[in-house]
Structure formats: structure tokens, C-alpha cells
Design a protein around this ligand. Structure first.
Ligand SMILES: O=C(O)CCC(=O)C(=O)O
Ligand SMILES: [Fe+2]
Length: 252
């Protein structure tokens, strides 16, 4: 995608999945990908938070139900917050929060919804390796049935409570389809897909490319192919509406 191209999102809507998810291949150039990769690994060590199965960096502040104490977005990420704002999916808002996730082969993220701390649109840029984002029916869209868990609290994630009716419906039964995330791509998830479906990444080292991937026509992959995962960095770019204005000023 050349720098000045106007992106017509209609070209990139994934019709095989519930509304609305867009997959935009080559959203950034290889040079931009390299520069972002370097900036992520140049970040000071304490920026990393280690979870059980992956590492992450929080930029822009820590989302919290009472409000996020905003921290200045570094320019290397701010550029992409601005670029995504131009797509119009955040209306007149500019994303103010970026979560950097690092996944080694065999690492993933359990199925979850992103929850109420964020404006209900999420954008993800993929760097390094491909991965596969899987979507599932949630058991219930009733917020009372949903709770946060320790692993994900800092990120404002919501993971469903196990009990629901008499029978636990297996994840397999709730699976609806996937999106193959190729390096340099952008995926936008909103509306029903954001509110009422779970997304996750399986903790596997390779992926079988199959017809359940709703965006194969927009990728370089072919059905039946097996792809080994390498280290993937994702930038999850969102807007946190509730921001606390602090009186504390550092310096003068
Ligand atoms: O790594 C990804 O693409 C997804 C990350 C995600 O779902 C999240 O941070 O909420
Ligand atoms: Fe998520």
C-alpha cells in the first residue's frame, strides 16, 4: 500500500464472517515493519510485562474502569494511530492506546472479548510472522455472565465464566472461522464481531491453511498449505474513551 493511497475499506470486508471485519494486506511497507520491530525491541526492559504465555508492552497508559492515566504516545506508534484514525472507523477519534504483544511459536491468546474499557473497534497490525485469529460464538452477550481474569485484567480483557446453563458448549462447537494474519497486514474488528464474538490465537507452532480462513483471497497463502509460525509482534491499536486528567506535572 503506497503511502498516499486512499484505502477503500469496502474492498477489504470479509463477507464470510459476521459484521464487521476488514483485512487490509500490506497496510505498512517492509521498511516500516522493520522500523517498528526495532522500536519494539529497543524499548526499555521494564516496558515488558511477562504473562504466562507471552510478553506485552502497554503504550498510552493502563486502561482502568476509573479512567486511564494517559501517557504520551511515542512518535513511532503515534504515526500509526494517526494513519488508522484516517480510515474513519473511530469516527472523529484518534486511537490513544497501543498494546504490543509478542508471540513465540507455540504461544497464543485465549479466546476473549476486548471488553468495555475500549471504544468498540480494534485494529491489529502484524509484524514478523503470520498468525491465525480464530473467532467463536460467545455463550451469552449478557455482561453479567462475563468476568475478568487475572491474566488479562491489565489489558481490560473479558473472559467468560465457565458456568452457563447445564452444559458447557465446547469451544470447537462455538468456532465460526478464522482470519489469516500476514505480516504487515491490518485487521479491523467492530460491530457485532467486536461485541458478541470471542477472538483468540491457538498456541500452536504451525497452521494448516484451510477454507475456514475468511480472507484467503487477500493473502499469498493457498489452501492445504502448512505454515510454520515464527516470532510475531502485534500492535493492538484502540481508543480508550475514559481518560483521567491528572494535576501532577513533572518538571516545570
Ligand atoms: O495479537 C493479536 O493480534 C490479538 C491481540 C488481542 O486480541 C488483544 O490484545 O486483545
Ligand atoms: Fe483481543
Amino acid at each position: 500500500m503506497a503511502a498516499d493511497d486512499v484505502i477503500d475499506l469496502n474492498t477489504f470486508i470479509l463477507e464470510k464472517l459476521p459484521p464487521t471485519i476488514y483485512y487490509i494486506p500490506e497496510f505498512i511497507t517492509e521498511e516500516e515493519e522493520k522500523a517498528l520491530w526495532k522500536s519494539v525491541y529497543d524499548a526499555p526492559k521494564p516496558k515488558w510485562t511477562r504473562l504466562l504465555n507471552r510478553r506485552l508492552q502497554n503504550w498510552g497508559g493502563l486502561p482502568h474502569p476509573k479512567g486511564m492515566i494517559a501517557e504520551k504516545m511515542p512518535q513511532w506508534l503515534g504515526t500509526y494511530c494517526d494513519k488508522i484514525a484516517l480510515l474513519g472507523v473511530f469516527q472523529d477519534k484518534t486511537p490513544n492506546h497501543v498494546l504490543v504483544n509478542e508471540y513465540l511459536p507455540g504461544q497464543g491468546i485465549m479466546p476473549h472479548t476486548d471488553g468495555p474499557l475500549y471504544y468498540p473497534v480494534v485494529s491489529n497490525i502484524t509484524l514478523g510472522s503470520h498468525s491465525v485469529l480464530d473467532f467463536y460464538h460467545s455463550i451469552s452477550s449478557d455482561a453479567d455472565n462475563i468476568s475478568s481474569t487475572g491474566d488479562t485484567m491489565a489489558e481490560g480483557h473479558q473472559v467468560e465464566k465457565k458456568e452457563d446453563g447445564n452444559r458447557e458448549i465446547s469451544l470447537e462447537e462455538r468456532y465460526i472461522g478464522s482470519v489469516l494474519l500476514e505480516p504487515r497486514s491490518l485487521v479491523l474488528t467492530m460491530n457485532d464481531m467486536y461485541e458478541n464474538y470471542l477472538h483468540g490465537i491457538a498456541d500452536v507452532k504451525k497452521d494448516q491453511i484451510n477454507e475456514k480462513m475468511a480472507n484467503l483471497h487477500l493473502t499469498s497463502a493457498v489452501q492445504g498449505e502448512e505454515k510454520d509460525r515464527n516470532t510475531r509482534i502485534s500492535l493492538t491499536i484502540r481508543f480508550v474513551p475514559k481518560v483521567l486528567k491528572t494535576k501532577i506535572k513533572l518538571g516545570r
